[in-house]
Design a protein around this ligand. Structure first.
Ligand SMILES: [Zn+2]
Length: 336
């Protein structure tokens, strides 16, 4: 079901719909012939505001529309990047759903465990848990195929590096927990909701990182105490979660100059890479999810008015550095 009382319902002998976006309706009509479904009956149909939709038939025929006026920017980027991947087939898509009421909120999961999604900060926890657990529940139905894109087929995105050293990993976990707590408190402050447990960053302990099996991929790391009854911890951002000083040690001349900017984030791409690799989860998709949080507009919403402009600028720097790391990883993967 979707906007403006739109709906669709189907059954082997019957299909009914109403108020669907025009181009989705056209696509469905083109699948239907007097003798039945030309490309098989619909398997996945999902749509949202601004004309965005995604439809796949049982035989893998795919029709989609990315929405008007960049309203579905992240959805568009995801679909275009996946399509551009060498050897990508739509049959690898296991699940996709678009938010019927809000633009650019969606989740898409592939059989190889790669997933992408975009959702309000408040619900990020739920989204992430859902994505990580999808295969634990769906495994029997969706048999993962041998991967062609560098992901292990057990449903967990593969970190592309080796085990980080323990000290750096501890720094990462401390930083990511503090950052997540700051974000969560700021979300609570703008949303008027009670403080919640911060977003989990797919943190895995070292022992479970080396074992397989999606059921073990959940974080067991301790969470900070949340005071659900008080609003004391709901607080907008007034400072940047700087990287630990022991990480930001890159001494390349150009980086040193960059980092000397008093209004900057005092970290270069190499520093950010070192920290993020210590997550043990470093991969293109993981970076993409990490990058989302630093989008200046999204970050800006969480900032205290007085600090907003400065905060957006700093988040923008972080966003760009992570973007650079994604590009680097993409080039590295395409040359091996
Ligand atoms: Zn550097």
């Amino acid at each position: 079901m979707g906007p403006e009382d739109s709906f669709i319902i189907w059954h082997p002998e019957l299909i009914r719909w109403a108020n669907l976006p025009d181009s989705l309706e056209d696509a469905l009509q083109s699948w239907l012939t007097p003798s039945g479904w030309r490309v098989g009956p619909p398997r996945i149909i999902t749509w949202g505001p601004e004309g965005a939709f995604f439809a796949m038939s049982e035989y893998g025929n795919v029709v989609y529309r990315l929405g008007d006026d960049d309203a579905w920017e992240i959805y568009k980027e995801t679909i275009e990047e996946w399509k551009a991947e060498k050897g990508f087939l739509w049959s690898e898509l296991a699940f996709i759903t678009l938010d019927p009421t809000m633009s650019d909120q969606f989740i898409a999961i592939r059989n190889d465990g790669t997933w992408a999604g975009s959702i309000d900060d408040i619900n990020e926890d739920a989204l992430e848990t859902f994505a990580l657990n999808f295969f634990a529940r769906a495994k029997a139905k969706h048999k993962a195929k041998p991967s062609t894109s560098g992901h292990i087929p057990d449903g967990v995105p593969t970190p592309t590096d080796t085990k980080p050293d323990a000290a750096t990993q501890a720094l990462y976990e401390k930083w990511s927990l503090e950052t997540a707590t700051m974000f969560a408190n700021a979300s609570a402050a703008i949303g008027g909701t009670k403080p919640k447990t911060p977003r989990k960053l797919q943190v895995r302990s070292q022992s479970s990182a080396s074992s397989s099996g999606p059921s073990q991929s959940q974080s067991q790391s301790p969470r900070p105490p949340t005071t659900r009854s008080s609003s004391a911890s709901a607080k907008l951002l007034t400072a940047f979660p700087y990287l630990p000083a022991t990480i930001t040690t890159c001494a390349l001349p150009s980086c040193t100059i960059l980092k000397s900017d008093a209004d900057g984030i005092h970290a270069c791409q190499h520093d950010v890479e070192k920290l993020l690799r210590a997550s043990g989860l470093y991969s293109y998709e993981w970076l993409r999810q990490e990058r989302l949080r630093w989008h200046p507009d999204r970050f800006g919403r969480l900032c205290d008015e007085a600090w907003r402009e400065a905060g957006k600028k700093m988040a923008g720097e972080m966003f760009k550095l992570i973007h650079g790391l994604m590009e680097e990883l993409k080039h590295a993967e395409s040359t091996v």
